[in-house]
Design a protein around this ligand. Structure first.
Ligand code: VTB
Length: 363
């Protein structure tokens, strides 16, 4: 019997970033998640975010790489840490790495102690991640079965502008189930009122979430997660990070940049104000009012081939458990770490602070 792809072959085909940095990436999201978890439920989302950003930056700066933040915490002139364009890592060695970070995805969820907050990041070779502004992207995310189905039936392809019913019919066929057995995750926002109605009219079931549409996107590529499609407008950084996971897992995302005032149906004045504020910056990134409407697919969002992704749960979610704090500074954390070679690791890590005080329990 011959095996197409043994673990050995996969390890060998891992690119330089995956080989050198995948295990270290796990430490980075773990550190950010543990820092955030101490602030869980304390009602202060900014502080929870700040401590996870600081922890992520500290751990990132240990890594031997020439790292540049492409999706980060904001613009340089706002001077946050992990701003877009910030150099991180030691800048020693040959690895030139582009980085997308969301140290605390779901700050409200963490501050309220509700499910679904994570620390997450992705890396790729230079030029391997979409370099875009921090606005919204309207999107649709589906798993690898749909990609496979589309390859066999090219006329039946997911389209961001198609009626919801058409897209859900394709997903239902690809997953070999009825539309009313599908679950579509979408952010519970007034801007999605019409879309939610449209989804319900198809008979599909809707999972409305208050925040955090990144991990549900990843979940579309994990059978048994109970998530089949993610739709709607959310953060553009979240969309790029979702695309990194989709690129690794073989799923698909289609996305289009949109200004929050436009997506949220604000007044003409508010839209004009946001345009005046943001368009000059967007144009520097090559995004004009004209090409802003272009639909970007997984490969345009993440052109890289040596892509790695790590997410660690802060509060419990569908895919990841939350951080458990115990003993005196001990922590147990659950993460999903993966790379382009096809390796996917679910890691249950325990950090023992005081080895005498914390005997491990076998559970
Ligand atoms: C979106 C979503 C994120 O915040 O960015 C959302 O993608 C913000 O949307 O997952 P609103 O402006 O409508 O609040 C999250 O839910 C959490 O960061």
């Amino acid at each position: 019997m011959s095996h197409k792809k043994t673990a050995e072959a996969m390890i060998k085909c891992a690119g330089p970033i995956e080989s050198a940095l995948l295990p270290r990436l796990l430490h980075v999201t773990e550190a950010a998640a543990i820092a955030a978890s101490y602030q869980m439920g304390r009602g202060d989302k900014h502080y929870a975010d700040q401590v996870s950003v600081e922890a992520m930056r500290r751990t990132l700066n240990y890594l031997d790489m020439k790292g540049i933040i492409k999706i980060g915490e904001g613009e340089r002139d706002e001077a946050p840490m992990l701003y877009i364009g910030e150099h991180v890592g030691t800048w020693e060695g040959d690895l030139e790495v582009d980085i997308a970070v969301d140290p605390l995805e779901g700050t409200n969820l963490a501050a309220n102690g509700t499910p679904g907050a994570i620390s997450v990041m992705a890396m790729a070779e230079r030029g391997g991640l979409f370099h875009g502004p921090d606005i919204y992207m309207d999107k649709i995310v589906v798993g690898p079965e749909v990609v496979k189905y589309e390859r066999k039936h090219p006329e039946d392809s997911i389209n961001l502008d198609a009626p919801v019913r058409d897209n859900l019919e394709i997903v239902a066929k690809a997953l070999n189930r009825n539309i009313d057995e599908l679950v579509v995750v979408i952010l519970d926002r007034p801007r999605h009122e019409a879309k939610i109605k449209e989804i319900r009219e198809t008979g599909a079931r809707v999972n409305l979430i208050t925040d955090g549409d990144l991990m549900p996107g990843v979940a579309t590529a994990i059978r048994g997660s109970g998530v089949h499609v993610v739709m709607g407008a959310g953060g553009s950084g979240e969309a790029v990070l979702t695309a990194a996971a989709m690129k690794i897992l073989g799923g698909k995302i289609l996305a289009r940049l949109v200004l929050p005032t436009v997506a949220n149906g604000k007044s003409e004045e508010a839209i004009a104000k946001e345009k005046a504020e943001k368009m000059p910056r967007l144009e520097k990134m090559g995004i004009t009012e004209k090409n802003m409407g272009d639909v970007l697919d997984t490969n345009q969002l993440v052109p890289g081939n040596d892509v790695i992704f790590s997410a660690t749960g802060v509060t419990p979610g569908t895919i990841l458990k939350g951080v458990n704090l115990f003993g005196e500074g001990d922590a147990r954390v659950h993460s999903l770490t993966m790379g382009s070679s096809g390796v996917v690791k679910f890691t249950d890590t325990i950090y023992i602070h005081d080895k005498e005080a914390t005997p491990l329990r076998f559970v």
